[in-house]
Structure formats: structure tokens, C-alpha cells
Ligand binder design. Structure first.
Ligand code: GAP
Length: 506
């Protein structure tokens, strides 16, 4: 068992060593919260993207795709509320000069109180065994109910202050809770101020101080879908309810940029906006909440690593929202958001553009602005979820340790490795023949360097589900050894059946 604090470090190092993720601009010492994907990383990312696209677009006749531009008319971001409200509350520590998100400092404090509740609950569960009733325990245990009261008081106060833009009270709360800077230990804080997360640049050859030329790098892909609602409606003959799906880059000038690819400044989103009849949005919200959880579970990852977190504090555009959280190496954190966005976006674009963002419903014989249910997942975050779930160090019977990535086979970058046992006796030539057939079906890798055991380890570390060994028996019997990554079991398979046997596992 690897200690939790070491696990994440090892994962990041492994991702780099085996060509999954590199820091961006590495030879210039990297850039904070920007990463590049290496040869295996790009394959895994493509496979996740494709798996999502298939489940959303290919499997739903009423969902179509879109690829809108990153640059959009600046008024879009005024209409969406991002110019005025896409802010993080910032605070600086005067001693360490470190900058923090004020809400994250408070949330971290709350997490520590949560951890105390958890510890008490675990102690009691051990004491009472099967008779333990968690809900009753939390209500009746004096210390735990006091912790719960504190958590709800702090959270409510923070949410109210943020909603009212009362930043002075957010600072007061930090001071009252005696939150210290994690770096300097000091409680000497600046005032809290709002910081807009959008990156901006200038378009065209206008002078640098001409504000009319300001354009933003999109902070979400969703707005590209909303502003194309009429185009898609007219050109695809969709009827409400219908959805538009898009995968693409988004950019946010994140202040707290840490935890590897969990929070990046340039990242990719996979979003789907589902346009529904007003009044039916809760039904569809529940539908997509369930569907998206099913998608995650379909990958075979332990269901205990996922949970819903329903929002109490809603964004300016939502009337219901939940996160699907995943148990990352640093705890349960948001992986995907499902939001009932009402008609906020389409109505705002109708107002700002002067175009009618409406749907004529032939059954009602009238027009309305549809309501929207959104599913939004970060591709990079999903990548991290897969990678952290997959990484294992396993002690073998002979005492050695193998590092293996148990990536779900359908997402694995390389599906099969073709390995001639030795580099002579016609085995490489035979292996090449096998490779030429298999590579038309799956992404395969040919490897003849080093002893077979080392080659197996290399493929385990990459996460390749199958290794195919070509040996002397192959020449006489036309069969190979098929080794399975997770069990390390080997079986003899006829070359003709190889494609079918491998296919059965995806
Ligand atoms: N259109 C709605 C929207 O953008 P969000 O909760 O801000 O909602 C949706 O983002 C998803 O995008 C998140 O659940 C997360 O997976 C991903 N995401 C957001 N910010 C990110 C960042 N800085 N780095 C990586 N992924 C991010």
C-alpha cells in the first residue's frame, strides 16, 4: 500500500515518465497550471472524448454535435453574465505574499471540521458494529452535532456574503475563524477583492488601447452552443427536446492552480445543452443526473468512488445543480456538473442580440424560449480520474513490485503489444505479420527490445491490456500466448481468433 501523500507524487511522476502528461514549456521550466499531453496521453484523451461523444451523440438520435470557434463576439460574455459575475474572491497574505481564493480558505477550514465528524463516526462505528446508525449518531452525539452546527453556520454565512458581494464580511469570517496562511502561518490578510477569471486579448490591427477590440478566450464551451441554437434548429430539423453537444478548449485564469491537471488555465470541456419545454426541466434534470452517473459506472470503476453533491448555493443561471464528485487522490472533488440553466442564457442572448431565440411548438401551436439542462465534464479531469484509479503498485509472489495502469480496456491508449520472444529464428518476421493484421483493428505496439519479462512490465506501466508473444510454437502451430494485464494470466490463442478474443474485452 502506498501512503496517500506519496501516491499523488508518484502518479504525476509516472505520467511524465511514461509519456502521458508533461508540464507545458518544460525546457523553460514549465508554466503554472498548463500541461501538454504526450504520446500515450493524447491517445487516452482521444479515447475518453470518443467514448463520451459516442454515448451522447451516436446513441441519442436527438443530440447533434457542434464545433464552435473559441473567439466569440464580446457581447456574448456580457449577456452570459461572465463579464460581471465570473469572479473569484481573492485574498493575499501580507507575510508570505501568497494569493488565495477566500472561499477556498474557508472551505478548507470546513473540510477540517468535516474530518473531525468522520473520525468520531468511524470510532463509534467500530464500537457499535452492525447496530451503528450514522444519522442518529450525528444528531445525538453532542460534539458531532456541534461540529455540524458550525459547518452549516460557516457555510451559510459565506454563501450569503458572497451572494451579496459583501467581501468585508468574507474577510471578517476568515479572521474570526483564525485561518492562517498555510505557508507563513500568519493571519495578516489583505482585504478580499473580486478577480475576473476570463483571459482577454485584442483582435485585429486596432490600437492596443482601443477597448472596442477586446475579445475573450471562452471560459466555457456552452455559450458557443447557445448562440448557435437557431442555426442548429433550422439546419437539423430538431424538435424539442433535443440536445447539442460540443467538445473544446476553455480558458480560465485560475488563481488557485494546483493539483496537477485537476485545475488548469487551459483545459477541455465536453458539454451538452439539452433544450426542453419550460416546466419539464426537473424531469430532464433527473434524467441526465442518472444517465451521466451510468456513463461513469459503465467504465467499471468502483461505484464507491462516485457521489452526487447537490448545490445549495446556485449559480446565477441555475434553478437546480449537482456535481458528480470523484474520489481523487486528494479527496472527493467535482468531476462533472449537471445544471438546470432555466431559460437564462437564451433569454439573455435574445435581449442582447435582438434575435428571437424561440422554438415554435407545433403541439402547443405557440412559441417559447426553451429551458436548458446542461451536462458539463472536464476532459482533463476525467483523464485524471481514470489515471488515478488505474495506477497501482502491486507486490508479486516473487517479492518484486510491478507498477500497472489498470485503465479500462476500451480507453487504454495501446490495446495490444506484439512481442517476438527472441530477435531471431524468424520470430520477428512472424510477429510483424501479426502486427500488420492487428493494427488495422486496434492501436498496437511492436516491441522486440529486452527480455520478455521487462517488456511485459513496460506494457503494464503503459496500461496495455494485452500482450501477444510470438514464440517457436507460433511457427509450427500458428498460435500465440495472450497475456492479460490485470490477472497476468496467459492462454494459448490461435492467430485467427486473436482479433475476436481481444474485441470481446472492449
Ligand atoms: N458550462 C458550465 C461550466 O462550465 P463548471 O462547473 O464551471 O461549469 C464544468 O465547469 C466542468 O469543467 C467541471 O466539472 C470540471 O470538470 C471542468 N473544469 C472547470 N474548470 C476547470 C479547470 N480550471 N481545469 C480543468 N477542468 C475544469
Amino acid at each position: 500500500m502506498i501512503k496517500q501523500e506519496d501516491f499523488f507524487k508518484k502518479l504525476v511522476a509516472h505520467a511524465r515518465e511514461y509519456g502521458y502528461v508533461y508540464p507545458s514549456s518544460d525546457i523553460y521550466d514549465g508554466m503554472s497550471a498548463v500541461y501538454d499531453y504526450g504520446p500515450y496521453g493524447v491517445e487516452l484523451k482521444n479515447n475518453i472524448r470518443q467514448y463520451w461523444w459516442q454515448s451522447m451523440v451516436q446513441f441519442h438520435e436527438n443530440i447533434v454535435g457542434l464545433d464552435s470557434a473559441i473567439f466569440m463576439h464580446p457581447t456574448i460574455w456580457k449577456a452570459s453574465g461572465h463579464v460581471d459575475a465570473f469572479n473569484d474572491p481573492l485574498i493575499d497574505n501580507k507575510e508570505s505574499k501568497k494569493r488565495y481564493r477566500a472561499d477556498v480558505l474557508i472551505e478548507d477550514y470546513v473540510s477540517k471540521v468535516e474530518a473531525k465528524v468522520e473520525k468520531e463516526a468511524q470510532k463509534a462505528a467500530k464500537r457499535f458494529g452492525d447496530a451503528f446508525d450514522r444519522a442518529q449518531f450525528e444528531e445525538t452525539h453532542p460534539r458531532v452535532s456541534e461540529y455540524r452546527r458550525q459547518i452549516s453556520e460557516i457555510t451559510n454565512r459565506m454563501n450569503t456574503s458572497l451572494e451579496n458581494n459583501d467581501l468585508a464580511d468574507v474577510k471578517r469570517l476568515i479572521e474570526e475563524l483564525e485561518i492562517a496562511c498555510p505557508v507563513s502561518g500568519s493571519r495578516n490578510w489583505t482585504d478580499v477583492r473580486q478577480f475576473n477569471l476570463m483571459f482577454s486579448t485584442k483582435m485585429g490591427s486596432l490600437s492596443q488601447d482601443d477597448d472596442s477590440a477586446v475579445v475573450y478566450l471562452r471560459p466555457e464551451t456552452a455559450q458557443g452552443i447557445f448562440v448557435n441554437f437557431l442555426n442548429v434548429l433550422k439546419s437539423s430539423r430538431m424538435k424539442v427536446p433535443f440536445g447539442i453537444a460540443q467538445v473544446g478548449k476553455a480558458f480560465r485564469n485560475e488563481i488557485v492552480a494546483r493539483q496537477f491537471i485537476f485545475r488548469m488555465r487551459e483545459f477541455e470541456q465536453m458539454e451538452m445543452q439539452y433544450f426542453v419545454k419550460p416546466g419539464s426541466e426537473m424531469e430532464w434534470y433527473d434524467y441526465w443526473k442518472q444517465k451521466r452517473m451510468e456513463w461513469h459506472l459503465s467504465l467499471g470503476i468502483d461505484a464507491g468512488k462516485f457521489r452526487y453533491h447537490d448545490h445549495e448555493k446556485l449559480s446565477h443561471y441555475a434553478n437546480a445543480a449537482t456535481d458528480i464528485e470523484f474520489l481523487f487522490p486528494f479527496g472527493f472533488k467535482e468531476l462533472e456538473g449537471i445544471h438546470s440553466r432555466t431559460d437564462f442564457d437564451l433569454s439573455a442572448h435574445q435581449q442582447f442580440s435582438g434575435k428571437k431565440m424561440q422554438y415554435f411548438d407545433p403541439e402547443l401551436n405557440s412559441s417559447y424560449v426553451p429551458y436548458v439542462v446542461e451536462t458539463s465534464i472536464g476532459l482533463d479531469r476525467m483523464f485524471l480520474a481514470i489515471l488515478s484509479d488505474a495506477y497501482q503498485e502491486e507486490k508479486l509472489e516473487d517479492g518484486s513490485v510491478r507498477t500497472v495502469l489498470r485503465i479500462p480496456p476500451k480507453l487504454a491508449p495501446v490495446k495490444a503489444a506484439v512481442l517476438p520472444l527472441v530477435k531471431k529464428d524468424g520470430l520477428p518476421e512472424k510477429a510483424r505479420e501479426v502486427m500488420d493484421v492487428l493494427k488495422t483493428q486496434f492501436h498496437c505496439q511492436y516491441d522486440e527490445k529486452d527480455a520478455i519479462g521487462r517488456r511485459y512490465r513496460r506494457q503494464d506501466a503503459i496500461g496495455t491490456p494485452f500482450a501477444i508473444t510470438i514464440d517457436h510454437q507460433t511457427l509450427s502451430e500458428n498460435s500465440v500466448t495472450l497475456r492479460e494485464r490485470d490477472s497476468m494470466k496467459q492462454q494459448r490463442v490461435d492467430i485467427e481468433s486473436l482479433t475476436t478474443v481481444i474485441h470481446q474485452n472492449f
